[in-house]
Design a protein around this ligand. Structure first.
Ligand code: NAG
Ligand code: NAG
Ligand code: NAG
Ligand code: NAG
Ligand code: NAG
Length: 458
């Protein structure tokens, strides 16, 4: 009797498990979840310092590519990050093909050698094809990395190099706040020590100290031994603190206006790309944005969570759009955000980041759209209070005067040539064609790579 009861119970239990499994199975079949699009925003890899301090025994000429440039380690970091992206987007989610397809992915970088080279290194890892391809056996596929001139990168990826007077004003207010003054006073002993060790002048501002911190950090990341004082663990930790603090004061708790000016165009780009998926318009499956800590930090602070620390080299932010198709064919979309600090691994899951003020981690697209509504500028130049056509400076007036004068001279020259007959005219034409210069300026000025210094590490 009791044996048969146990038997019945077992059968009942099995039946329950079977029922549960089949419910799960039908649910999965009913509601298919698929990754449709990914936006990948990363910081360049390890680089040489952007500035050296006077007493540093690792001098500028000891960096093979000069200051502010991607190091070999930096390239390797991005190659490994590319392998990780391959695992996530080619192998796991099948968002991208094994082989590069131009219709699937678009890569945009700021106009710095280190960000362009980081993107290239990353792509070498993302699309490491088999060696049978026809490019002399290289396991490599050439892939375009697009950029625009620094001063027209209108606060899209490079919040520093852009003419945005309003943003400058807001940044100044933060830098001169009582909080910063207090911080500097409270840490005076340490700042004095750094000043003595580095040869900084007493007039140095906070930025000069973060530069020292940056130099010491980058030297250590590259495995180099610098002056004894900088190798002291306690001092090193304090320098890291100061560099982080620079990011904290610049980016924490941003107003909607600050987010619009610093990250608004990037948010807008992502917003529209998501719309393209929903409306089934032409789109890329993935966008890569190669940029700086000063791009990542305000973006995190604006729509995610910012831990008030400088994003480490080769760290990346992901924004992914998922599509769920229900049994009746209805589609629902949600957005997920991740922030991954670089690590020497290629198959880990990235840490989740809850989108600010969203009701769930997988943020329903309508809710996401609503949250970012006020974070997208309609006319960035207007909001920046940027007036390109009214140079008020003496230099501007001088340039305009010179241009006008050149025009008058040119017109006179043309008239003279015309009057000299057809021979002169032809010569003028061929001459112009033959000497048409290649515009090196189009892609920004590589020479100024290490000098850009609005905030802390562009
Ligand atoms: C990553 O790990 C490998 C194997 O341990 C090591 O050889 C390589 O130097 C590491 N790369 C970086 C950039 O840390
Ligand atoms: C401090 O930094 C500013 C801006 O980069 C620079 O112009 C100035 O020369 C630096 N001062 C010292 C003492 O290094
Ligand atoms: C810099 O000085 C430190 C301490 O004397 C030394 O260990 C290190 O090797 C020096 N580095 C260079 C590049 O000379
Ligand atoms: C600077 O001062 C703050 C506030 O007193 C303190 O928390 C911090 O540890 C100090 N930092 C350094 C580098 O000494
Ligand atoms: C998020 O919520 C907080 C408090 O509820 C509010 O102050 C803030 O403006 C909201 N931020 C956004 C981006 O909606």
């Amino acid at each position: 009797m009791s044996a048969s009861l146990v038997n019945t119970r077992q059968i009942f239990l099995r039946l329950q498990i079977w029922l549960l499994l089949s419910v799960i199975a039908t649910h999965v079949a009913e509601c298919e979840r698929k990754l449709r699009q990914a936006h990948i925003l990363f910081r360049h890899g390890n680089r040489s310092p952007v500035a050296v301090y006077e007493t540093d025994n690792i001098t500028e000429d000891m960096w093979p590519q000069g200051l502010g440039q991607l190091t070999d380690k930096g390239m390797e970091q991005h190659y490994i990050l590319g392998k990780w992206l391959h695992h996530r987007y080619v192998v796991e989610n099948k968002l991208l093909s094994e082989r590069y397809k131009r219709s699937e992915i678009y890569i945009r970088s700021t106009a710095y050698d280190r960000t362009i080279m980081s993107a290239q290194s990353c792509l070498a890892g993302l699309y490491e094809v088999d060696a049978s391809m026809p490019i002399y056996g290289l396991r490599w596929h050439p892939i375009p990395v697009w950029t625009v001139k620094k001063d027209t990168d209108y606060v899209f990826l490079n919040p520093n190099g852009t003419p945005c007077p309003r943003l400058k004003e807001l940044a100044k207010q933060r830098a001169e706040s009582d909080e910063v003054v207090n911080y500097i006073n409270q840490n005076k002993t340490f700042f004095d020590l750094v000043q003595k060790r580095t040869g900084l002048s007493p007039e140095s501002v906070f930025l000069n100290y973060t530069r020292v911190g940056d130099a010491v950090i980058m030297e250590r990341l590259d495995g180099r031994k610098s002056n004894t004082w900088a190798q002291d663990e306690k001092i090193y930790k304090k320098l890291v603190q100061i560099v982080d603090y620079g990011h904290e004061i610049a980016f924490k708790n941003p107003t909607a206006e600050e987010t619009r000016l610093r990250s608004g165009l990037l948010i807008k780009e992502i917003y529209h790309s998501f719309q393209d998926i929903v409306t089934d318009s032409k789109h890329h499956n993935a966008h890569i944005f190669s940029a700086h800590d000063t791009t990542l930090a305000p973006f995190l602070a604006g729509i995610g969570q910012f831990d008030n620390k400088r994003p480490t080299t080769a760290s990346c932010v992901l924004l992914e759009l998922y599509e769920e198709t229900e049994k009746n064919g209805d589609k629902r979309y949600s957005v997920e955000m991740y922030f991954r600090r670089w690590q020497n691994k290629t198959d880990d899951d990235p840490p989740k980041m809850w989108i600010k003020n969203c009701s769930s981690f997988a943020c329903p697209l309508e809710e996401f759209n609503n949250l970012v509504k006020n974070l997208m500028p309609e006319d960035i130049e207007k909001e920046c209070n940027y007036k390109p056509n009214s140079p008020s400076t003496a230099l501007g007036k001088f340039i305009i005067f010179t241009l006008l004068l050149s025009c008058v001279i040119l017109v006179l020259a043309i008239i003279t040539c015309l009057f000299r007959g057809s021979k002169g005219r032809i010569r003028l034409w061929t001459k112009k064609k033959r000497f048409e210069p290649i515009n090196f300026q189009l892609l920004g000025n590589p020479g100024s790579d290490s000098e850009d210094g609005e905030v802390f590490d562009p």
